[in-house]
Write a protein that binds this ligand. Structure first.
Ligand code: FAD
Length: 390
């Protein structure tokens, strides 16, 4: 029998091909070099300095729009993309958010619903990280219910004129292109908006106590005039943004387990070395119970992510299954981080250790891409056939 590996107790790595392991190692090494030494400082200052350089480096390792085909994208499998998300979020949820929004929201929307010209224009520079993208769906008064959005695009001759506000938009202030969803006379449409368009601005939202190493912004659009070809021709209606969100959520199923793994590893190491009452705290049954329970949820979550990844690669992954994974893995990840925090005692609240940073980051992850309650309602509806959303 193979020996028991505390880092992989279920032997899940056996499911991975050499190419998968290579992707994982590349992203892990990049994060160890470019994020881990600095992240506590960035987090404390509430900024992500050098975000453009980081984006270019992420582009150079193929992490942007990673599972998309063509136009400079890596064409990786869903499992490989998931492994990358896990490694990035093991460093920080803010870095994973940068990559998710770029690849799974902004690039995915253009790849799936854009014209050939839009794809050629935007995707290669987004894949290389030269151009950062954002995705504007949420508004100040409309979050979980985006169908009620106010942002409006009206036709003026062949042009569109876009007006409204978007809120809590990741990458907003640093984006070169904003994929903005707006109400039109034909229904909800997506627009690829160059952020240097007159009337467009993206002030940064400050005072966040979560995802502090991530740029979050408001998008302000006052009569932004766009040419006819700014609209994404491939979709009308809420299914456009919802399909993008499903893709990004899939990455979160993996990513959340990265934050959990980092916290678990910190707690395990601490439990083996910190002594009280004359022995390592890991030698007390109560600590072992915590570690055992954390390991169960961590590795069940990773196994679930693999399962969903294989379904996505096979083309059989349903949105309800993504809801299942997002709801479970983010909720369990936050619980693992909080338990890790207790094992570290007072040190658990310090930025010298990653656990509190991950726990506070996951508060955002719990809310964005569909809140806990929204995914409970999705599953509730799928189970009962009864719609309880309104
Ligand atoms: P609300 O919808 O007002 O919900 C408040 C509470 O009410 C929640 O608990 C919710 O579950 C509950 N609730 C609402 N309706 C029901 C119901 N029918 N039944 C039961 N409970 C209900 N959005 C983007 O478009 N792009 C981004 O890049 C982006 N990045 C983000 C980054 C961060 C750091 C954060 C925090 C958010 C980001 N968001 C982004 C916004 C995010 O998607 C929304 O916050 C989320 O959809 C919830 O909307 P809300 O905050 O308006 O909460």
């Amino acid at each position: 029998l193979p020996s028991f590996d505390p880092r992989d107790p279920l032997g899940v790595d056996d499911l991975l091909a050499p190419e998968d392991l290579a992707v994982r190692d590349t992203v892990r090494a990049w994060a160890a070099d470019r994020v881990l030494p600095y992240i506590a400082d960035w987090y404390e200052k509430g900024e992500l300095p050098g975000i453009r350089e980081l984006a270019r480096e992420l582009g150079s390792i193929g992490a942007l729009g990673m599972s998309l085909e063509g136009y400079g994208c890596a064409g990786a499998s869903a499992v490989q993309y998931g492994l990358a998300c896990l490694e990035l979020e093991a460093a920080d949820s803010g870095i994973r958010s940068l990559v998710s929004v770029q690849g799974s929201l902004a690039m995915y929307a253009i790849r799936k619903y854009g014209s050939e010209e839009q794809k050629r224009h935007w995707l290669p520079s987004m894949a290389s990280g030269e151009t950062i993208g954002c995705f504007g769906l949420t508004e100040p008064d409309h979050g979980s219910d985006p169908a009620a959005m106010r942002t409006y695009a009206k036709k003026d001759g062949t042009d569109w004129v876009l007006s409204g506000r978007k809120m809590w938009i990741t990458n907003g202030s640093v984006a070169g292109v904003a994929v903005v969803w707006a109400r039109t006379d034909e229904g909800i449409r997506g627009f690829a908006v160059p952020t240097d368009s007159p009337g467009f601005s993206a002030p940064e939202i400050r005072h966040k106590w979560s995802l502090r190493a991530s740029v979050t912004s408001e998008l302000v659009m006052d009569d932004v005039r766009l040419p006819a070809d700014a609209v994404l021709p491939g979709v009308t209606g809420l299914k456009g943004p919802l399909s993008c969100l499903s893709h990004a959520r899939y990455g979160i199923v993996w990513g959340a387990m990265g934050a959990a793994r980092s916290s678990f590893e910190a707690a395990l190491e601490y439990a083996k070395t910190r002594e009280q009452f004359g022995k390592p705290i890991g030698g007390f049954q109560l600590t072992q119970a915590k570690l055992a329970d954390m390991a169960l949820e961590l590795h069940k979550g990773i196994l679930l992510a693999h399962h969903l990844g294989r379904r996505m690669d096979a083309g059989t992954l349903r949105p309800e299954q993504v809801s299942f994974g997002k709801l479970n893995n983010v909720r369990e990840a936050i619980d693992i981080c909080r338990t890790a925090r207790t094992i570290l005692g007072a040190n658990g609240i310090s930025l010298e250790y990653p656990v509190m940073r991950h726990a506070t980051n996951l508060e955002s992850v719990l809310t964005y891409e569909g809140t806990v309650e929204m995914h409970q309602l999705v599953l509730g509806k799928a189970l009962t056939g009864l719609d309880a959303f309104r």
